[in-house]
Design a protein around this ligand. Structure first.
Ligand code: BYC
Length: 331
């Protein structure tokens, strides 16, 4: 392992002697499935592509705490409340790992958070929809975490080491999240007529936004070409969306609820589901800030940031005191 590392560093040094070779050497390493690590040479576009994607991902985890957090005080049982608190805390942890992974690329967490709070940075479109009933907590776990896992399992093989390693841990936790969501939906679907109707209504509202989570169609995806060449994105937006539909439709059948798509049908020859057109205009509107909850989500994050200022100041003052003590002790 150590020798292999020396080989890689040696090759980096040789390539550095000839700047023209740097990119070629980088691509050869990506092709050989070697992980690129923070202090190694990388094209500036690769660095900025990663900062963009990882920070958007981190923001999604943090903003994604809000729709489900809305139900913590109203969870129907102590057991469901404990599960929901743990899940929402997990999402905060995911955000923290991802901000740390982004920081290894030379950007500060403060800068990234300022971009989120100013409305400049994107986060996943899905978190701009409201959670109007308890069934939405089940639908988010089942569909949103389900879509997230589908998208994130391939990211565990992403070429950038810190992102790939963060994804391994995150995916383990997301699979628990998906199962708790499905379990909640199963309880509702096997419950009273009213509970079953709540489960159906939640599926009706979350199905199409969940399909949009995978991003625009491949034909209009701006970053896919470079991202796939650099092995950041391993599977295309449309391929992952198709996998998600094929995986989830049988689960809806098991629950006894109906996917809200009259054009959905099994194509025996292609061994896949065909599905109806996605409303990309709605997706674009949400990305522009015009979704049902965009303003509310940003307002909640801004107020949490302002209210937490004293905690950040106290932690910084404590760290400064510790550093001073350590210096005095060493002198
Ligand atoms: N929402 O060229 P494309 C979770 C943007 S949270 C908003 O295909 P790319 C959870 C895209 O950014 C997990 N924007 O982009 C948390 C780009 O705009 P910019 C969230 C979107 O990057 C709490 C433009 O459209 N998962 O699990 O190659 C509770 C063109 O798109 C979206 C991740 O963040 C969208 N849905 O591919 C519960 C996964 N889609 O930057 C659960 C990590 C696209 O040029 N991210 N855009 O202004 C990715 O895998 C990729 O970034 C994407 C998009 C597949 C999402």
């Amino acid at each position: 392992m150590y020798t292999q590392e020396l080989d890689v560093r040696g090759a980096d040094a040789a390539a550095a002697a000839d700047p023209g070779m740097l990119e070629q050497h980088f691509l050869a390493r990506v092709d050989a499935e070697q992980k690129i690590e923070p202090k190694e040479w990388m094209p500036e576009r690769y660095r900025s592509m990663l900062i963009r994607q990882i920070s958007q991902h981190a923001h999604s985890e943090i903003v994604g705490m809000l729709p489900e957090g809305n139900w913590i005080t109203r969870a129907p049982t102590l057991r469901r409340k404990a599960i929901l608190i743990a899940k929402v805390q997990d999402e905060a942890g995911h955000g923290a790992y991802l901000y740390s992974a982004a920081e290894t690329l030379g950007v500060s967490r403060d800068e990234l958070i300022a971009q989120l709070l100013s409305g400049k940075a994107k986060y996943s479109s899905i978190f701009n929809y409201p959670t109007t009933t308890w069934a939405d907590v089940g639908a988010i776990g089942w569909l949103v975490d389900g879509a997230a896992i589908m998208n994130q399992i391939p990211l565990c093989r992403c070429s950038y080491g810190p992102y790939a390693r963060a994804m391994v841990r995150i995916c383990r936790e997301e699979s628990f999240h998906q199962r708790q969501g499905f379990d909640l939906m199963l309880h509702l679907a096997r419950g009273t007529d009213e509970q079953k109707a709540m489960a159906q209504d939640a599926l009706n509202r979350w199905w199409w936004p969940a399909l949009m989570m995978f991003g625009p169609p491949d034909a209009t995806s701006t970053h896919s070409g470079e991202s796939q060449r650099w092995k950041i994105k391993r599977i295309s937006n449309d391929e992952l969306r198709q996998k998600f539909v094929d995986f989830t439709v049988p689960q809806a059948k098991f629950l006894g609820i109906t996917v809200p798509d009259p054009l959905l049908r099994w194509n025996e020859a292609q061994q896949r589901h065909e599905f109806g057109p996605i409303d990309w205009n709605e997706f674009e509107q949400v990305l522009k800030g015009n979704g049902p909850c965009n303003a509310e989500r940003l307002a909640a994050r801004r107020s949490a940031h302002a209210e937490g200022a004293w905690v950040r100041e106290a932690a910084s003052a404590h760290a400064a005191k510790q550093r001073l003590r350590a210096t005095r002790h060493a002198a």
